[in-house]
Design a protein around this ligand. Structure first.
Ligand SMILES: [Zn+2]
Length: 245
């Protein structure tokens, strides 16, 4: 069960502000919410398992209903989406990452699932193709063809696609696709739901609102920030209501 103090979450948000990496920011939040996990464990957790933790944290902080916005790629209509955490939460078997194996077309492959370190490594690469190749190269642990070691560049596209499919199957939470329908133009499309950016954006809004509350209460009552943050949000709100009466 996640139990996170308001002041600790605010500190994690503040630290995250100085990070340009979305993965790094998410890991800072997760490290605060899951103190039983080491930094190494979080860094090396497969992306889907990491995102599962983020979704659990989101539910504890803000509830199970997620409201998001999507833009129709065909007519640019803006759609408001109401999602339930259980709709996008995929059950996960274990937190440990074991290498996966695949044998096909004479190739024998061993690979692991992408983790946050991999994502951080490719975040600044503009070319999707190059980022994809680097990610694959980092995750492939060994490649052989008819028992002769070979290079990833020798793998045919069909084999690479099979590796990706095996990765998705082993870590389904890593790629959450929403099946969307536009009421304006009646077309359908698949959109990726990214919990890392969604949660960060919500925590950013929460932190700004909280700082505003602290500012108003400290100014009116001369209370210390520590004491104001230790109050429940309901109590802070009740004092703020009294200030406007
Ligand atoms: Zn549309």
């Amino acid at each position: 069960m996640i139990s996170i103090a308001t002041a600790d979450l605010l500190t994690a948000w503040e630290r995250g502000l100085s990070q340009s990496s979305a993965s790094r920011r998410l890991l800072m939040l997760l490290a605060t919410a899951y103190p039983e996990l080491t930094e190494e464990q979080l860094l090396k957790a497969p992306i889907g398992q990491r995102d599962g933790l983020a979704l659990q944290l989101r539910e504890v902080l803000f509830g199970s209903q997620l409201i998001s916005v999507a833009i129709c790629p065909f007519c640019t209509e803006q759609l408001e989406l109401t999602l339930n955490a259980s709709d996008i939460q995929v059950a996960s078997n274990s937190f440990l990452q074991k290498p996966l194996q695949l044998q096909l077309e004479g190739f024998k492959l061993e690979f692991r699932l992408p983790d946050s370190q991999d994502l951080m490594h490719i975040e600044t690469i503009n070319s999707i193709e190059e980022a994809h190749n680097i990610l694959m190269r980092r995750c492939l642990l060994s490649v052989s063809h008819n028992d002769q070691a070979c290079d990833m560049s020798q793998l045919p596209e069909t084999v690479l696609q099979k590796i990706e499919a095996a990765m998705s199957e082993a870590d389904p939470q890593a790629d959450v696709q929403l099946d969307l329908h536009c009421p304006a133009c009646q077309r359908n499309w698949l959109a990726t739901f990214d919990i890392a950016s969604f949660l960060w954006s919500e925590i950013n809004t929460w932190a700004q609102r909280l700082l505003n509350e602290v500012h108003l209460l400290a100014k009116a009552y001369c209370w210390r920030e520590t004491d104001i943050l230790a109050m429940s949000s309901m109590r802070r709100r009740m004092y703020l209501e009294r200030l406007t009466q």
